[in-house]
Design a protein around this ligand. Structure first.
Ligand code: TPP
Ligand code: SF4
Length: 538
């Protein structure tokens, strides 16, 4: 028995499944999975697990596919928006399948605690026609990840494990089972299975469609338990009520009904078990759907049941629960209280006092942060050069959007700063500035800069090189120091217009002059603002 975060339970299960590598790019709330395995691999070299952060999620996923090709098991970790970046290899991997087990653990962030959106990764699994586990507890995190490796090899398919923030970042005792033997190295022999040329892809897609029946059969098993309780009292307004519940929402459901609960289907593996859903619907007048994220089950089941049972559903789509944000025990209790099945949870008197005492504190750059000095430079620049749109990116430096810095005007997704600045410049706007961190530049800024370099686009790119991937906990950055300079020059930026400045108060005036000159240049320039994150010193 071990006391583990949900993320750590996934990591432990991957280690016990005999993985040869963990592949990922940091992103809250998934980062701890990789770090747990990385620490274990460092402590025990006998595990022989390769654990190095990749440049981005696409690279990470492709590395895992390479390991799978040679018969080895591999875990891939990323946050939900990372799957947008890895979507190309992910969706295509459903056709090539898997030799060694490949499991993608993707962590969603409902309520956007540290993300720019709250997209639901279950749609990606459905889109790729791949199985997706959704754990409800830390024990599920362990058990489902082990099952996922087994299923991946049995059906020769990559398998998804979907996490959410509350599960990833909370701790519970987890019982550990015996470790699996590591697979021998054995490269795939069937070349026709690994080359997606149209004539082969058509066959492979048919194979994938045939496997869907196996997935449905798998889903009707014990992993998705149906618990019938006909003796549970009916609702005065909605008759017999049943519940379809998945993931973390299962905990809220059991908090509201700790002992005697209405009939319910706990979904831990998708595609959802249609036969069990029908059995529940036939026994009930109303079925409440509790799911964290988008109304995925609600929408999918309505489509699969062709509207026949749809009027019986109550969920996010029917307004029974809010359309956005996380669920909570309180929200779930209120939804059942509205059907007369329970009392709302007692209000916590202290809550308002606590709220009043804790004023909202927007996140801030640390005292002494190099980005603060960089934004002072940008502010001074914008005082003399107007208008100067600044396209920002994602990292600690995104906080430069807020006062007193107000140093960036836009921020979309990793790498977008450079490409958006180029688009604005191409459209006639001059001058324009892009601001991007070193890790983000390695993640997805390189290709934007390559495109700008080939055309010598009039724009200035500031790369904020603080020697690390600070925002997610100071992981190694692949584009810092000399390698960063080599990449910029290698992409074809004119060396005359690649400058390094040190963001410190004593260099402020000189730095602003350098910036002014580069912004005035009618071509592509890059200014590296280089000083280490102060947290690194600790
Ligand atoms: C596609 C995607 N992957 C991962 C993340 C999580 N994430 C946000 S910023 C960031 C890296 C920031 O590092 P860097 O660019 O060096 O800036 P710093 O935080 O060090 O200032 C990461 C990994 C994300 N938001 N989107
Ligand atoms: S962690 Fe580092 S980069 Fe991030 S705000 Fe603090 S000092 Fe700045």
């Amino acid at each position: 028995m071990k006391l583990l975060l949900g993320d750590e339970a996934v990591g432990q299960a991957a280690i016990d499944s005999g993985i040869a590598s963990v592949n990922g790019y940091p992103g809250t709330p998934s980062t701890e999975i990789f770090e747990y395995i990385e620490a274990a691999a460092k402590k025990d070299p006998g595990l022989r697990i390769h654990a190095e952060w990749a440049a981005n999620e696409k690279v990470a996923y492709e590395q895992a596919l390479g390991a799978s090709y040679v018969g080895q098991r591999s875990l891939v970790t990323m946050k939900h928006v990372g799957l947008n970046v890895a979507a190309d290899p992910f969706v295509n991997s459903a056709l090539v399948g898997a030799k060694g087990g490949i499991v993608l653990c993707v962590a969603d962030d409902p309520s956007m605690h540290s993300s720019q959106n709250e997209q639901d990764s279950r749609y990606y699994a459905q889109f790729a026609k791949l199985p997706c586990f959704e754990p409800a507890t830390q024990q599920d995190c362990y058990d489902f990840t082990r099952l996922a490796f087994e299923l991946s090899e049995r059906l020769s398919l990559p398998v998804v494990v979907r996490m959410v923030t509350r599960l990833a970042h909370s701790r519970a005792p987890v019982s550990i089972s015996d470790p699996a033997m590591r697979n021998p190295l054995s490269p795939a022999e069937d070349r026709n299975h690994w080359a997606l040329l149209p004539a082969l892809s058509r066959k492979l897609y048919d194979e994938l469609l045939m496997k869907q029946a196996l997935l449905e059969k798998e889903s009707e098993g014990d992993v998705n338990p149906l618990v019938m309780n006909p003796a549970f009292p009916s609702s005065a307004t909605c008759g017999k009520v049943g519940v379809i519940v998945s993931g973390i929402a299962y905990n809220y459901f059991r908090e509201v009904f700790p002992k005697d609960a209405p009939s319910h289907l706990k979904v831990g593996l998708y595609p959802a078990p249609l036969q069990k859903v029908k059995a529940l619907l036939e026994a009930c007048d109303t079925v409440c759907i509790l799911e964290e994220g988008y109304p995925f089950l609600e929408q999918t089941l309505q489509g699969q049941l062709q509207g026949h049972f749809a009027p019986q559903f109550k969920g996010r789509l029917t307004g029974h629960l809010p359309m956005s944000g996380e669920l909570s025990p309180d929200l779930v209790a209120r939804s059942f209280a509205s059907l007369g099945l329970c009392d709302p949870l007692p209000a916590i008197d202290e809550a308002d006092d606590v709220k009043a005492a804790l004023r909202p504190r927007p996140p801030k750059l640390c005292p002494g942060c190099p980005h603060v000095d960089t934004y002072r430079m940008i502010k001074a620049l914008r005082e003399s050069v107007q208008p100067l749109p600044v396209f920002g990116d994602i990292g600690c430096y995104t906080l430069g959007f807020y006062p007193p810095h107000q140093g960036i005007d836009a921020c979309l997704c990793m790498g977008a700063s450079i490409s958006m600045a180029k688009g604005a410049s191409d459209a006639g706007q001059r001058p324009v500035l892009a601001v991007i961190g070193d890790s983000t530049f390695g993640h997805s800024g390189l290709t934007g800069l390559l495109t700008a370099a080939r055309e010598n686009t009039p724009m200035t790119v500031m790369i904020l090189d603080n020697s690390t991937t600070a925002m997610t906990g100071a992981q190694k950055s692949l584009e810092t120091g000399d390698p960063l300079m080599q990449s910029i020059l290698g992409l074809g930026v004119d060396p005359e217009h690649v400058k390094i400045v040190c963001p410190l108060p004593q260099h402020h005036e000189a730095n602003v002059e350098i910036l002014k000159a580069e912004v005035a240049y009618e071509g592509l320039s890059v200014v590296i603002s280089r000083r280490a994150c102060v947290k690194l010193r600790k």
